[in-house]
Ligand binder design. Structure first.
Ligand code: G3P
Length: 220
């Protein structure tokens, strides 16, 4: 499973890229707004992220009608070769995805919650489908179970093009474990969750013991 960072924060992307584990980035309007992003700077911000990441960078359209999504998507796709256009899983989104895919633009269909939505996204031509886990948990449903259903259903079919599942709305390391065990292609994680995935008390304890013992070697 590949790790994507779910952020629009440049410092976080630089840090994770430096670890050698970053295969892509997903952004959304909320994440950009959280960075104090301004409309006038949005395209430059996407270009900056694309230059930092050796992999797909999802940038989301905000239009609701297919024509708006297609023209916004075409503009975003022209910003850098690794831009993936993020489109909501709606009927207009499906139509826009179909058109963008026909033009050779890769699409990530987002806000995907159910098996039929995922199947339609893949059928319309999406290269990435993003089932949200945490938002199901927020409403007392089992987000991992929904992810399992989507991964299992998509695996049953050949859509004539590569379709990768991005486990999204990841809130903690257990979501990452579940996504990997289910065979999701990608988990897109907030930087805080990525850091938690790396931490283990036995790693810290073991390292402290190695260093303490090395002090004895140095002083011998
Ligand atoms: O990229 C979209 C998704 O990961 C959002 O996560 O935590 O806002 O549900 P969250």
């Amino acid at each position: 499973m590949k790790f994507f960072l779910d952020t629009a924060n440049i410092a976080e992307i630089e840090e994770a890229a430096g670890w050698g584990v970053l295969s892509g980035v997903t952004t959304n309007p909320t994440l950009y707004s959280r960075e104090g992003g301004r409309l006038a700077d949005f395209h430059d911000h996407v270009i900056r992220i694309c230059a930092l990441v050796d992999g797909p960078v999802s940038a989301e359209v905000v239009g609701l009608e297919r024509g708006e999504m297609v023209s916004e998507g075409a503009e975003l796709a022209a910003l850098a070769p690794n831009v993936i256009v993020k489109v909501p899983t709606t009927s207009e989104g499906l139509a826009a995805t179909r058109e963008l895919a026909a033009r050779g633009v890769k699409v990530n269909m987002t806000l995907c919650f159910t098996v039929p939505q995922a199947l339609m996204a893949a059928r319309a031509g999406a290269s990435f489908v993003s089932p949200f886990i945490g938002r199901f948990d927020d409403i007392s449903e089992d987000g991992v179970e929904h992810l399992a259903n989507i991964v299992g259903a998509l695996r049953n079919y050949d859509f004539g093009h590569k379709v990768e599942v991005i486990a999204a709305s990841v809130r903690h390391p257990q979501h990452v474990v579940a996504a990997a065990l289910l065979g999701a292609d990608i988990a897109t994680v907030p930087f805080a969750v990525l850091k938690k995935c790396l931490q283990h008390p036995l790693t810290e304890k073991g390292l402290a013991a190695f260093l303490a013992d090395w002090e004895k070697v140095k002083n011998s």
